[in-house]
Design a protein around this ligand. Structure first.
Ligand SMILES: Cc1ncc(COP(=O)(O)O)c(C=O)c1O
Length: 410
């Protein structure tokens, strides 16, 4: 059945990035400026077609899939992911998403009230809540690293992290983002992992935004645990992610759902979670093929980065606001922040409404995260974007600004 997952367009040359990729490979609405790939991604048609082919094949004889074939296809997909992220195959398990992987690690720890978990003020909310839930049941403490603002250098960032790490000797696990969600910062994870390990603190790297966005070499990185989504920057159907665990950390890990295989090897434990559709995870196979066919890590992040390097100063000048201050090494290739132009007295609590207003009435999808008492505009770039998208985005936000300033004056 793995044949259905083979990318059908792989013999053709990939179209040039920009409008042609958008029209030929993706289904995005023509009139939409889509600058929010970072939240839910968008699945290329050829990858969705592979998933549907597999689903159709399964329905010809469902029992055959569940009893005979699924494990083999699952294994092929997990192997493809392991090769892509440079991990030993036995250290990679496929999961539905980064939230599931974080739940697995956090809930498998046996902590007591004498232990602590280190998170940060930029940790993804669902992951924070998982830690809070563990706190309710174990009384373990939560220590939060407050990011410096602005981040001036990796050294400054690491110094503030170290001071939080050293503030409490009871920290057992540090949860560190590879690329933060609300602030789009690439953290110096190699250095941070080193600091934690010197102090016997285990590390879970939350790389929800990393696969396909930045190169990964998980065995060389040496994190105890690492999770990455494939349904963001790797073009897989939603519900496709992985959990890496170093060999010596695997035994205690249990999937949040206990099912038939709970005592098998690390990878297999995650396969059987009750009866469900795990075709998204099997499509990791197709997603890796698609990514490599389209341009791979050589050209995809480079294209996104160049487009944003040009777009951000253009928007800053159009909006008369500033791009987030960050050292070059901490800028994400495909995701950047700029301050939103806001009418006087505009409250940060309105960010969500503004986001909806921009989408419904101005045709642009962006994320408007709030931190450091500001509303930021998080702008994503993907191979289907082109410079004109950012000009349209800029003008749409200005129109919104003008309309809302007039309302203020009225
Ligand atoms: C840093 C980070 N961690 C975890 C997640 C959760 O990902 P998922 O919803 O796929 O579980 C996200 C989602 O955007 C994220 O940005």
């Amino acid at each position: 059945m793995a044949d259905c997952l083979q990318l059908r367009c792989s013999k053709d040359a990939a179209p040039p990035f920009g409008q042609e990729v958008r029209e030929k490979l993706f289904s995005l609405r023509k009139d939409l400026v889509f600058a929010n790939h970072g939240s839910f991604g968008t699945v290329p048609r050829s990858v969705s077609e592979a998933q549907r082919r597999l689903q159709d094949e399964i329905e010809l004889e469902p029992d055959k899939w569940f009893k005979e074939t699924s494990e083999k296809v699952w294994d092929l997909a997990a192997d493809a992911v392991a090769r892509f992220v440079n991990a030993q195959p036995e250290n990679i398990a496929l999961v539905a998403n980064a939230t599931t992987a974080a739940n697995c690690v956090i809930k498998s720890l046996s902590l007591s009230e004498n232990d602590s978990i280190l998170i940060a003020d930029h940790t993804y909310p669902a992951v924070c809540h998982t830690v809070e839930a563990l706190q309710e049941s174990t009384r373990a403490k939560i220590i939060s690293h407050i990011f410096p603002y602005p981040v001036q250098s990796e050294d400054q960032f690491c110094a503030t992290f170290l001071s939080t790490l050293e503030s409490d000797a009871s920290i057992r696990l540090a949860i560190i983002d590879h690329i933060t969600s609300q602030s789009a910062m690439v953290l110096p994870i190699r250095k941070l992992i080193g600091m934690c390990h010197e102090r016997n603190v285990d590390v879970l790297i939350d790389g929800a935004h990393a696969p396909g966005h930045v190169p990964l070499d998980l065995e060389a990185l040496g994190a105890d645990y690492y999770t990455g989504n494939l349904h963001k920057w790797m073009y897989s159907p939603r519900g496709c992610a992985f959990l890496y665990a170093r060999r010596d950390k695997q035994d205690c890990l249990r999937p949040p759902i206990t099912s038939h295989y709970w005592k098998r090897d690390f990878r297999e434990r995650f396969m059987e979670q009750g009866t469900r559709d795990f075709t998204p995870q099997c499509c990791a196979l197709t997603a890796v093929q698609f990514y490599q066919w389209l341009g791979d890590l050589d050209s995809i992040p480079r294209y996104n980065c160049k487009l944003l390097d040009d777009a951000m100063p253009m928007l800053a000048s159009m909006w008369k606001t500033s791009e987030q201050e960050l050292p070059a090494s901490m800028k994400a290739p495909g995701m950047r922040l700029i301050e939103m132009p806001l009418p006087k007295g505009f409250k940060t609590s309105c960010a969500y409404d503004v986001m909806k207003d921009l989408a419904h009435n101005y045709g642009v999808r962006v994320l408007l995260p709030v931190w450091n008492e500001r509303i930021w505009c998080r702008i994503s770039c993907q191979v289907y974007c082109q410079s004109d998208d950012y000009v349209r985005l800029g003008k749409a936000v200005l129109k919104w600004y003008e309309a809302n300033s007039k309302n203020d004056e009225a």
